[in-house]
Ligand binder design. Structure first.
Ligand code: UD1
Length: 368
């Protein structure tokens, strides 16, 4: 079978890496191509991950770049349609919930090509999140829905999805984490930054709901600044957040000096460096999706600065607390962790490093 695998944005790379590796185990059965849409294009948002994860270079780069949602989605669709017509795949595999995921799904389905979605069934029920729209459109069209947990299975069933399309396989992002955990642990980043294990927090923040409105962003930054008086915060800043903070004049909250203190900025980090920082942090503050899962497996308290999560398993069994974006709630959650009252957690079922193998074995056995 001829498969086209799709990546586009940073969180896609660590999900696709183990799938490609598992497909390489079936050279007789599977012929696969990797397409990068180019949604993320900065060296630090894209190429660095291919290197860290030992991923093959994309066979095809659509080079679409940034734009409004409509522009970006449309450009991906136009470019990917040509790829499908030329290469005639039997199956397209998409991961996650970014614009590239949805755009390639729609394109392939309209050409009568089957599509499998890895990380299907996640729902935040928040239609202001572009990712929720991407998830809904993708899942309703896909032929195979590979899920990470029972919440996702339940969501799909409640939407009337046929039982035989839903395949509970576990979490491919955790495949990648477990594979690289030892390597990340062995890095020596902390002494170089003058940090000690448990002596700092890490932060990621890039959601439009947190960074696109000046007052919201300032309220969050004020709370983070307060936390950073007790615990310096390492913030590998997303290009979107940097642009917004600078345009609002809020970059005065940041410290870009040589010393890690206050809210200390770095450029976006590579996969291994960032895992190293997270696994040694006292807590992680974030509005990301994947980091909620990674901290659960690493056993590090995670404070999610969002009103909802599409990954409730991480707060049900893991180390995650969902606090919204009010300064007061963020401060209270951080204080609880500092007092040793952070969430302890367990690891969800099948987050065991074998999800990609299950997906590919299932495809070889079932895809016709
Ligand atoms: C996208 C995903 C989001 C994911 C995030 C991870 C969608 C709708 N959103 O958000 O789910 O959590 O990636 O990073 O697909 N930019 C650069 N260089 C880059 C990429 C982006 O400077 O390599 C800047 C551009 O100004 C761009 C902005 O970031 O306009 C937003 O990029 P975009 O791909 O639209 O969405 P993200 O915010 O990165």
């Amino acid at each position: 079978m001829k498969i086209i695998n799709i990546v586009g944005a940073r969180p896609n790379f660590m999900k696709m890496a183990p799938i490609i590796e598992a497909m390489n185990g079936y050279p007789e059965e599977i012929d696969h191509l990797l397409v990068h849409t180019g949604q993320h294009y900065d060296e630090k948002m894209s190429k660095a991950f291919f290197e860290d994860l030992g991923m093959p270079k994309p066979d095809i780069d659509l080079g679409v770049g940034s734009g409004s949602h409509a522009e970006q989605t449309a450009r991906i669709m136009v470019a990917f349609e040509k790829v499908c017509l030329e290469h005639k795949p039997d199956l397209v595999i998409v991961v996650g919930d970014v614009n590239s995921t949805m755009a390639c799904t729609i394109t392939a389905k309209k050409l009568g090509i089957k599509v499998g979605h890895v990380e299907a069934g996640l729902r935040s029920r928040d239609m202001e999140m572009p990712e929720e729209i991407n998830r809904l459109c993708t899942d309703v069209l896909c032929d195979y829905l590979f899920t990470t947990d029972y919440f996702a299975d339940r969501n799909l069933r409640a939407e009337g999805v046929a039982e035989d399309k839903i395949v509970f396989v576990g979490n491919v992002m955790i495949d990648t984490l477990l594979k690289h955990r030892r390597m990340a642990a062995g890095l020596e980043l902390l002494p170089r930054l003058g940090l000690e294990k448990g002596g700092y927090a890490t932060l990621t923040m890039h959601r439009p709901s947190n960074v696109d409105d000046r007052d919201t962003l300032e309220e969050i930054l004020r709370a983070l600044k307060e936390i950073s008086r007790q615990l310096p915060i390492v913030f590998p800043i997303h290009p979107r957040t940097r642009k917004m903070a600078e345009s609002f004049g809020l970059d005065r909250y940041f410290n870009e000096g040589d010393q890690v203190e206050g809210i200390w900025l770095t450029e976006p980090l590579g996969y291994l460096d960032f895992m190293h920082l997270n696994m040694n942090a006292r807590m992680v503050l974030t509005d990301s999706g994947g980091l909620q899962e990674e901290t659960t497996v690493l056993g590090i308290p995670c404070i999610t600065m969002r009103h909802n999560t599409e990954r409730p398993i991480t707060s049900e069994v893991g180390t995650n607390v969902i606090v919204g974006n009010s300064g007061q709630k963020i401060l209270a959650a951080a204080a609880a962790v500092l007092e040793g009252k952070g969430e302890a957690g367990t690891i969800p079922e099948k987050w065991d490093g074998k999800a990609a193998q299950r997906i590919v074995a299932w495809l070889v056995a079932h895809h016709r």
